[in-house]
Design a protein around this ligand. Structure first.
Ligand code: ADP
Length: 493
């Protein structure tokens, strides 16, 4: 007699291929890299089998990372009728970085150059569309040779994968999840890029699944084809569904999904971001010994050459210097902000206008502002440990990680209430709350929030209470990884 009980996939055996354009510590531009390292790690700890696949960028930061590696696959893929490009996939095994395999996709032509998305002058590579079509074609080859049940794609660089899988002819196609980390980047290209994809022109017509305002849009194709679409905070999910401005026009597409968009808050890998154990800060501390944070504060000020003024608050910013981060709000405030008892330490790289803004502040107010243009992971830990406050005035923020790191380091966030910032920072009310927030996207509102923070900073007892509240918050990955697991098992039913 046949067994009538449906076979239920035990969660622990789900095999996932996690495709991403960035993965720390090999490559990092922003939060996608942190998440691509930490989420798969958390999923593995919960019994899932996750393999990460990511490009091996030529300058990748793996010089100091000892690892075994072996070739998994090599071959070539076609990009249109006349172009054939070789690839090699190597598996890196290093349990200190990641408890599973990381597949690095090698191609001297596409990933051998310096830079991830941009050249050294900050110009996006002219062939980015082609580079990530190539990468995704290699991922498809890996899928053919493995028995993955779920393909987890991230952002537009890998968003064509669900579309390929849905419209293609893989023998046993995996189910697909697409996570949106930032909808501001959609992979919009002129239609002729379709010639490189082998996808044909069937989906390209006004309102078609791969068409958006006359262009090819990788992210739209992925959103419509994936079995589940997620984003990185509940707040951002709600805003994406409600606001064409925040969704950069894809709100209608997101609202049309049968399985609603889910917002799963990013977590933090507290093995990397914890003041108790952080190896890159001068003195470790926790909420039981807050004076030790003061030692980090002094070390930070000494390193950057500012005087240690106890009645001044040290305010940190670490960011990509791009429009979405809201720095334009600071532009009209120089006079007001420089009159306050604040010392600024700013680390970032990106758009010239913001570089000019902060360089100007630092030149005109050398006793109050230190600006470092560049990308310095170790220094970012020292800023988190040494600063009193951390400012993120974002126009929009899918999740944001630095405010969550700041909470754990007792570095009080001042944030605009948008997306994940609103989900993670709660307004101080004299008793409960973990930071200072403002809602309206205006310079005036930002200034008010800074003034409120400074007002509380003067009251040392209240400030310590606030620091303890912040440091008690727990955004570890476990809960979020569970939500992803639930989605994997739902779509596999
Ligand atoms: P986004 O992904 O939009 O850049 P997130 O807050 O989600 O913003 O993540 C940014 C990550 O990149 C954080 O880990 C942050 O510390 C890091 N980061 C950004 N700029 C720099 C920089 N100049 N130096 C070091 N780390 C940086």
């Amino acid at each position: 007699m046949p067994n009538m009980i449906p076979e239920i996939q035990p969660i622990s055996t789900i095999k996932v291929l996690f495709a991403t354009a960035e993965c720390a510590p090999f490559s990092k531009v922003g939060g996608l890299a942190d998440v691509s390292q930490a989420l798969p790690k958390a999923l593995i700890e919960m019994g899932t089998e996750v393999t990460i696949i990511t490009p091996h960028y030529g300058y990748a930061n793996d010089a100091g990372v000892k690892h075994e590696q072996h070739e998994v696959l090599s071959g070539s893929v076609n990009l249109g009728e006349h172009r054939k490009r070789n690839f090699r996939v190597v598996a890196v095994i290093n349990s200190e970085i990641f408890p599973g395999s990381i597949y690095l996709v090698e191609s001297a032509e596409y990933f051998g150059r310096k830079g991830i998305y941009e050249d050294e002058q900050g110009f996006p590579f002219w062939d980015n569309g082609e580079r990530y079509i190539f990468f995704q074609k290699v991922v498809l080859e890996v899928l053919k040779s493995g028995n993955f049940q779920v393909l987890h794609a991230n952002d537009h660089h890998t968003a064509l994968l669900p579309y390929y899988i849905k419209t293609g002819n893989l023998d046993s196609p995996p189910k697909t999840v697409l996570t949106i980390h930032n909808i501001g980047y959609q992979g919009n290209y002129s239609p002729d890029i379709l010639n490189l994809t082998d996808l044909g022109w069937g989906g390209f017509y006004p309102g078609g699944p791969i068409e958006f305002h006359g262009q090819v849009n990788f992210l739209k194709a992925g959103i419509l084809a994936a079995d589940a679409v997620t984003t990185v905070s509940p707040g951002y999910a709600a805003e994406l569904l409600a606001s064409p401005e925040i969704a950069f026009g894809l709100d209608g597409v997101l609202r049309s999904l049968q399985r609603p968009l889910s917002g799963i808050l990013n977590g933090v890998d507290y093995r990397i971001w914890s003041p108790e154990t952080d190896p890159s800060i001068p003195v470790n501390f926790d909420m039981e010994n807050l004076p030790k944070k003061g030692i980090n504060r002094s070390a930070l000020l000494e390193k950057i050459g500012l005087s240690n003024l106890p009645d001044h608050a040290v305010i940190g910013m670490i960011s990509r210097l791009v429009d979405s981060k809201g720095f334009e709000l600071l532009m009209p405030l120089e006079e007001e902000l420089m009159a306050l008892p604040l010392q600024w330490v700013i680390l970032g790289s990106g758009e010239h206008r913001f570089e000019e803004l902060f360089r100007g502040w630092a030149e005109r107010h050398p006793d109050k502002v230190i600006f470092f243009y560049g990308y310095q992971p170790d220094f970012s830990h020292l800023i988190e440990a040494g600063a009193d406050m951390f400012l993120m005035p974002s126009k929009y923020e899918a999740c944001g990680l630095n405010q969550i790191y700041s909470l754990r380091y007792g570095t009080i966030p001042i944030v605009r209430q948008t997306g994940g910032l609103g989900d993670t920072v709660h307004t101080w009310n004299g008793k409960s709350g973990t930071g200072f927030t403002f809602q309206i996207y205006s310079s005036f509102a930002l200034l008010q929030a800074v003034l409120q923070a400074l007002h509380v900073f003067k009251d040392k007892e209240a400030w310590q209470h606030l620091m303890r509240n912040a440091m008690s918050e727990d955004f570890s990955w476990e809960r979020s990884a569970n939500s992803y697991l639930k989605i994997y098992s739902d779509i596999l039913q």
